[in-house]
Design a protein around this ligand. Sequence first.
Ligand code: HEM
Length: 480
Amino acid sequence: MAASIIFLFFAIITLAAGILLRRKHRHRNHRLPPGSLGLPFVGETIQLISAYKSDNPEPFIDQRVNRYGPIFTTHVFGEPTVFSADPETNRFFLLNEGKLFDCSYPGSISNLLGKHSLLLMKGALHKRMHSLTASFANSSIIKDHLLLDIDRLIRLNLDSWSDRVLLMEEAKKITFELTVKQLMSFDPGEWTENLRKEYVLVIEGFFTLPFPLFSTTYRRAIKARRKVAEALTLIVRERRKESETEEGKKNDMLGALLGSGNRFSDEQIVDFMVALLVAGYETTSTIMTLAVKFLTETPLALAQLKEEHDQIRSKKSNSEAPLEWSDYKSMAFTQCVVNETLRVGNIIGGIFRRAMTDINIKGYTIPKGWKVFASFRAVHLNPDHFKDARTFNPWRWQSNTEVTCPTNVYTPFGGGPRRCPGYELARVLLSVFLHRMVTQYSWYPAEEDKLVFFPTTRTQKRYPIIVKRREDYNKLCKAQ
Ligand code: HEM
């Protein structure tokens, strides 16, 4: 009985909300994309989360695309939202950032990032800071400075492995240490590791409701954010003083932020650094883990990759000899592996934006204030764009068709004014990591581990593997 009353109550409210919404928009001559707004308040959030908590999140979008077409209306995380699984529409959303759409993050993420973070900045300041960030991660900086550090830090970490490792944890350590080095020239040590521990807590807070009273995780995240900010503020102050002298100037990102042309406050610089550490940390370490997982499950690809890297190593005097830019440029098959891991992995499945005005697109109107979601995942996994789209097949990138596929079909790094400024860095990092991994180690999974998709894409058990030095592994195989 109680259940029927509750059901009736929800049914009436849904109907009323639907009628009101439709009336309001009909009145303004709006033709919304087809779809359903689901239940009042929660909309279709429960269906979305349940799909992403299962082994296969695709049906949430697939079913709606089949029913309504590639642009549909739904209601998730408390707001009506237009979802797009259409590459052209996605491109429209991305390119019109700042003109018709604004970036939009959930409250928990915005609060923890800080108001001066690049991810939340808008307008001219965003443009300036975006290009400053890109200038510290572009190919000439990587070639002339970062490649050596990347190779050295990866080697240092890999050398410390023995027997069983949690690959995701190791990858996180590597990416964090590298970003700290790139930002403020610090080599790994106790300070970096302590900062990383606080960071983990901040990131956990991203996926909770931003109500300190109700969520212990969120409270812990706020506290950790404060500690991170305090630690970084001390560094910024010290470096500000040092930068007044010619010897104190350093050629890193913090040096550029403190440069004479800029007048950023300590708080602005700290927010900026916090966001940069977040942006590269989870994403790159996840892609490193997924690449190894996909390769382990595709032995032919792993064998071809080993061959490519053995050849590079065979031209060096010893195993310690650093990688050079020309080596990176010769990793043709590795680039196919990188492309395919990004396509299948979809660690950033898409991006949210908010409509700044009523927007007409493909015969529909997206009302001002509504959210839109450009799903990269739906496009990357669509068989119309990629044959056998759900199979990991790095060789597809060797054929002309996919290499020349339009840029709006393959967008793991987004596009437009907010296109990931770290895209080249992430690619180099993954390539160098794979080089050191396959030339130094053989491995096998320590236990079964599967992909999970909520709140982020990763493997459930952080991908535990048993690693053996290649020479030991070969001896072991011969002895058996
Ligand atoms: C595989 C690794 C990575 C992937 C898949 C990735 C993906 C993305 C995507 C899709 C965006 C666009 C977000 C939007 O349009 O709202 C983005 C933005 C961003 N990424 Fe990456 N990223 C990766 C690695 C990195 C690295 C290593 C850095 C470090 C430099 C970085 C820094 C940023 C920053 C600062 C933004 C914000 C740009 C802005 O809002 O203007 N990312 N990333």
